[in-house]
Design a protein around this ligand. Structure first.
Ligand SMILES: [Zn+2]
Length: 399
């Protein structure tokens, strides 16, 4: 249109419904560097299992199955860091880190679906079938006795037989519990129990996972849906730095105090960040604090974090730095069905939103403060405005 003779106030399009020419849309390229945390190790101090040996076994009230197994490890103070998850022994009664889906391997036998734990034991209710502790009594020339151990105190193991009858002829024979060999010193046919000369070490390993998917990958699919709504085009080009190592070392828990994660970030693209080249950095991590890792299942879940973000809901703020996504916590929460409309990829959008200076809002958008796992699928109008008003690069530099 020709505005040369018009009044200055009429030189602009006054109504969005009456464009005289196509509206100008400015797209921003957001160069994204994506790192991945190394997989969880099977051994060492950062493994996600607890192991030791069992110390005694208690049957249910009817004496039919093993219901409680006591452990050599204190599941709060014996772990590093100390695990403050609520359990059967704490004031706020909860199922514990190993409840509702945890599992224990004792000797050669796995029991899935533990009910939960106290400080020194794990429990699986009799009505669920108890904890599986297969027993075998063997003596040369005699019929083998098969069954289960339902109680163990000191040197005495009480059995529930499935085949055979326990009596004195088995004295001097072999007794296996979950494949672990001991020697029979005495037999009590009335109590159906065996006294061994010395209890052997019966090892255990426990997992707290509700989801055994050990992938450390993050989902970028929601990035490609949500950011184009505000005319940001994500480009996964490692921030313009080709051929670098995108794996960072594994840590089990972020402690939230010293910030274990940020020093691990390998933002190879940091020096490329400038107002003409915007960069966001995101990496997977494993889980947050031990009390926010979704084990026990009733725990608050922290889906991700972005340290010391300079964010605002009123003005375009500088923004945060590294976006971390707690994939194990999210996958556990999703496995429990705790969150109806959650998506790991929305946590990525949310944390990168902080990197772009957005605060949180008490609403149902993707920047919601109400849930640690955002269920919203888009940005609030104020955030759309702030994102589209941005001129300067996000900080981009972590160290
Ligand atoms: Zn947030």
């Amino acid at each position: 249109m020709n505005d040369s003779e018009a009044d200055i106030n009429n030189r602009q399009v006054m109504s969005p419904l009456n464009y005289t020419s196509p509206s100008l849309t400015v797209w921003r390229f957001l160069h994204v560097e994506v790192d991945t945390m190394a997989p969880c190790p099977e051994t060492g101090s950062e493994k996600n299992t607890v192991d030791g040996h069992i110390t005694s076994i208690e049957s249910d009230a009817n004496g039919t199955v093993a219901e409680k197994v006591f452990l050599s490890v204190n599941l709060k103070t014996g772990l590093d860091p100390i695990d403050e998850s609520l359990n059967f022994d704490t004031q706020g009664l909860m199922y514990g880190r190993f409840g509702d889906g945890g599992r224990i391997t004792i000797g050669d036998t796995i029991t899935n679906g533990l009910a939960g734990n106290g400080f020194t034991y794990v429990l699986r209710f009799d009505t669920w079938g108890g904890i599986n502790l297969p027993a075998l009594v063997h003596k040369q020339g005699q019929q083998d006795i098969n069954g289960k151990v339902i109680n163990w105190q000191g040197n005495i193991f009480k059995l529930a037989n499935t085949t055979g009858t326990l009596n004195d002829v088995y004295i001097g024979g072999d007794f296996f519990i979950t494949g672990v060999l001991m020697h029979i010193e005495q037999v009590d046919p009335i109590n159906n129990s065996i006294t061994v000369s010395a209890p052997a070490n019966i090892p255990f390993v426990m997992h707290d996972d509700d989801n055994d998917n050990r992938s450390m990958a993050i989902s970028l699919s929601e990035m490609d849906i949500v950011y184009p709504q505000v005319y940001y085009l994500p480009i996964y080009d490692n921030g313009g730095v080709p051929n670098v190592n995108n794996t960072i070392p594994f840590i089990l828990n972020e402690d939230y105090d010293g910030g274990r994660l940020d020093p691990l970030a390998q933002q190879d693209s940091a020096n490329n960040a400038c107002d003409g080249f915007w960069i966001a950095y995101v990496s997977s991590a494993y889980q947050g604090m031990p009390t926010e890792d979704a084990d026990c299942n009733q725990e608050v879940v922290t889906g991700g974090c972005n340290w010391s973000p300079n964010v605002s809901n009123e003005v375009v703020a500088a923004g945060g730095k590294a976006a971390w996504i707690f994939v194990e916590s999210i996958n556990d929460a999703l496995a429990q069905g705790e969150c109806n409309n959650c998506h790991l990829g929305r946590v990525v959008v949310h944390e990168i939103g902080h990197a772009l200076g957005l605060g949180e809002l008490n609403d149902d958008t993707i920047m919601s403060s109400k849930s640690f796992l955002p269920s919203g699928t888009g940005f609030a109008d104020i955030h759309i405005h702030l994102l589209r008003s941005r001129v300067h690069s996000p900080p981009g530099i972590i160290k």
